[in-house]
Every structure is written in structure tokens, then in C-alpha cells.
Design a protein around this ligand. Sequence first.
Ligand SMILES: [Cu+2]
Length: 256
Amino acid sequence: MNPITELVDDSFIFIVGISVILLVGITAAMIYFVFRYSEKNNPKPDQSITGSTTLEILWTVIPLLLVLAMFFYGYAGFKEMRSIPPNAMVVKVTGKMWFWHFEYENKKTSDTLLYLPADKDVRFELQSVDVNHSFYVPAFRVKEDCIPGRTNYMWFHTSQVGTYDIECAEYCGLNHSYMLGKVIVLPESEYLAWVNKVDTVKKVDSVKTDSLKTVLPKTDSLKTTLTKTDTTKAPVNRKDTTRTVKKDSVMRKENK
Ligand SMILES: [Cu+2]
């Protein structure tokens, strides 16, 4: 179970619940007052009410207790979000115009698709190389800014195997709305096989990214009109993969 998801959902339901009760109560009282105290029903205004200390105390104390309860629920979730389990695995997330780049503990990298093992705590170190982005994974109820020149952090627990959306939640330029990705949570053995396999990185990513593009046909049509952006993007990717291969081959030599 992901504790963040539960706490965020609890506070959300609590606040929406109170809001609905207040909305219904206030609307009902308003409609009742419109008829009960209309000029037609009361040709002479009733001036007997001058004030009520009891009422004033009640309508001060009750809302105060309600907002304190909202704060309590919100703070419980916030505290959980900022308390990263010490043994969490680390993934570096870099926002670039306009895609997500991920680096794993063994220096392996991937773009757009974030592979994670199931039932693990994951700490994300968030950076940006150009403008402000915001790494948003709705299924895990987390969102944190990626700011150039500083490293932010967040974490979540990958509860179940599955595929979950990644979005950019900070307007970052022309292709902001297409800055999408997927969290792919795999059984631990499959994840380890993927993360330790160096040669097929490029193939796996390109195949899966293509299948993602077919889900998002608009991206393709937009990209064809932005050929200049694409050509600049391509060498960046190539550099990254060669760097990974080099580092890993060095690591292999060291292991020998
Ligand atoms: Cu963005």
C-alpha cells in the first residue's frame, strides 16, 4: 500500500465532504429565508432581533474547528510526503523541453518511460536543464517542481504492477502538453532483468515509445511541423545512450 495515496485521498474526501454539507446547508437556509422573510409575507419588518452572543460564538468556533481538522489531515499527508524511507532506491529525474529523462542507480538511463520494481520505496531527485517543469504522477498523488540549478525530491511506494501516467504540471513552452510519460511498474525480477540489460536499452525504449505515440496521435502531427526541434533532440539522445554504454563497459571491466 502507498501511504501517500491513502492520506491524500482521506484529506480530499474530508474537505469535499465538508464543502458539500456546507453547500447544501447554506443553499437550503437561503431558499427558506427568501420565502419566510419575504416582503410579501412580512409587510412590516421584524425588528425584535438585535444580536446573539451564543450564535456569534458558534459561527466562529465551528468553522475554526473545521479548518483546523482540514489542516490536520493535510499536514499528515505533507509530513508523509517529506519523510523518505532511508532504504528507498534512487532515480534521477531530469525535465527537458519536452520530455522526461531518467537515470537509475547503475547509471542506466531511459527517456519518457520510467521502469520501477513493484512494492518498493523510490526516492526521486528532480532537476531541470532548461526551464521550470513539474513532475506529476497522478496515480501516486505526487507532484514536485523541477527547477534549473537545484535538486528537489519526492518519493512514493510502488504498490502494484501496472502502467501509470506521468505529466508535466508546469507550463514549460510550446510542447508542454505533450510532455507525457509512463511509469511502468514491473515484478522485481523483470525490473532487475531490464535495468541490468545494457544492449537492448535503445530497442526497448524506441519500441515502447512508438506504441505510446500511437496512443497520442497529436504528438506526431505536431512533431512533423517542428522538424527543427526534432533534429536537435536526436543528437542529445544519441549522446546519452553512448555515455551509458561507456560507463557500463567501464563498470564491467572493473568487475572483472
Ligand atoms: Cu514541462
